[in-house]
Design a protein around this ligand. Structure first.
Ligand code: MEV
Length: 315
C-alpha cells in the first residue's frame, strides 16, 4: 500500500523574524507543492529518494548523528516505526516544485507532506497531529522554528500566526498575485535567525521598539486585508522591508531586486529569513506582467504565484 500526501510552500507576507520573538506574522500558502509518497518495503531500512539526493539507513539511529537535509524524513519514519512497534522498512519518495533553501517553505512543506504520508501508512492521523509531527521533524534541522511555516503549509490559505496563540485563518480571500524573485543565494534560516538574535542582544531597546512597530503594522494590515486595499497593503510591505533592513537580514543583491519590485508593483520585500533567498512584489492583473518583465529585463529569476487555499492534501 502506498500513502501519498502533498503540501504547499509558503510566503511570509509580514512579520518574519519578529514572529520568533512573539510578534504576530501574516503568512500565505502558495500554489507550488511538495508531494511525498511513502510505502512499506521489505527489510529493516528507511530509504529516502529525492531530487537533492538519497539516504538509506537502518532504523533507530540517533538523528543528531545524521548529516543530511533529508533527516526530517528519517526522523518521521523512525518515530512511526517505534510508536507503532513495527519492524518493516519504509521507502519515501519526495517530488517538489518549490525551489529549495530560498525561504519559500520547501522544508516545511516536506515535513508536513512527509508527516502525513508516513503516519498514514500506519494510522489515520488528524491534521493537528500531522502538524505536531511536522514541527518536531523541522526541529531536527532548525531547533528554534516558530512553527509558523509548517502551520500555513498544513492548513493553506492566509493566516495570522503568533507563537502563543497559534494560528487564526484570515477569512477574506484577497485576489492578488505575488511575483517571487529568487536571488539564488542559498541561506541557512538557522544562521540568519542567530544573526538577528545577536542584533537583539546588542540593541535591546531598538529591537523592542521594532517589535512594537511591527506589531502595529500587522494590525493595520489585518484591517487592510478585510477591505482588499491593495495599494495601502503595498505601502505596508515597503515599511516592513525598512524594519528588515534595520535588523540586518538584507544585502546588496536583495536591495537591488527590491528596488525593481517596488518600482514595478504596489510594494516589495524579503520573504522568509533573508540573507539570500527570495523577495516578492505585490501585484494585481494591472501590473503583474509589468513586474515580471522588469525582473526578467534585469536577469533575475522570477515567477508568479497565487494563494493556495487547500493546504495539506492526502491521497
Ligand atoms: C523563516 O521562514 C521565518 C523566520 O521568521 C523563522 C521562523 O519563523 O521560524 C525567519
Amino acid at each position: 500500500m502506498k500513502s501519498k500526501a502533498s503540501a504547499p510552500g509558503k510566503v511570509i507576507l509580514f512579520g518574519e523574524h519578529f514572529v520568533v520573538y512573539g510578534v504576530k506574522a501574516i503568512l500565505c500558502a502558495i500554489n507550488k507543492r511538495v508531494t511525498v509518497t511513502a510505502e512499506k518495503i521489505e527489510g529493516e531500512k528507511i530509504s529516502i529518494k529525492s531530487n537533492i539526493g538519497n539516504l538509506v539507513l537502518e532504523p533507530n539511529k540517533p538523528v543528531s548523528e545524521i548529516n543530511s537535509p533529508l533527516k526530517p524524513f528519517y526522523y518521521l519514519a523512525n518515530k512511526m516505526l517505534q510508536s507503532q512497534n513495527q519492524t518493516t522498512g519504509i521507502e519515501i519518495i519526495v517530488e517538489s516544485d518549490i525551489p529549495i533553501g530560498v525561504g519559500l517553505g520547501s522544508s516545511s512543506a516536506c515535513c508536513v507532506a512527509g508527516a502525513a504520508a508516513i503516519s498514514r501508512l500506519f494510522v489515520e492521523t488528524p491534521k493537528e497531529e500531522i502538524l505536531k509531527l511536522a514541527i518536531a521533524a523541522e526541529k531536527t534541522i532548525f531547533q528554534n522554528t516558530s512553527g509558523a511555516d509548517c502551520t500555513v503549509c498544513t492548513y493553506g490559505g492566509i493566516m495570522e500566526y503568533d507563537k502563543k496563540n497559534g494560528f487564526t485563518k484570515i477569512k477574506s480571500e484577497p485576489d492578488f498575485h505575488l511575483v517571487i524573485a529568487n536571488s539564488n543565494i542559498k541561506h541557512s534560516t538557522e544562521s540568519v535567525v542567530a544573526g538577528v538574535k545577536q542584533f537583539k542582544e546588542e540593541n535591546e531597546v531598538e529591537f523592542s521598539n521594532l517589535c512594537n512597530d511591527e506589531s502595529k503594522l500587522v494590525e493595520d494590515v489585518l484591517k487592510l486585508l478585510n477591505n482588499n486595499s491593495i495599494k495601502e497593503l503595498g505601502q505596508k510591505i515597503i515599511q516592513n522591508q525598512v524594519y528588515l533592513e534595520t535588523i540586518g537580514v538584507s544585502n546588496e543583491k536583495l536591495r537591488n531586486m527590491i528596488q525593481v519590485g517596488q518600482k514595478s508593483s504596489f510594494g516589495a520585500k524579503i520573504t522568509g529569513a533573508g540573507g539570500g533567498g527570495c523577495i516578492f512584489s505585490l501585484t494585481d492583473e494591472s501590473n503583474l506582467e509589468h513586474s515580471i518583465n522588469q525582473f526578467k529585463d534585469k536577469n533575475y529569476e522570477c515567477f508568479s504565484v497565487k494563494i493556495d487555499f487547500k493546504g495539506l492534501d492526502t491521497f
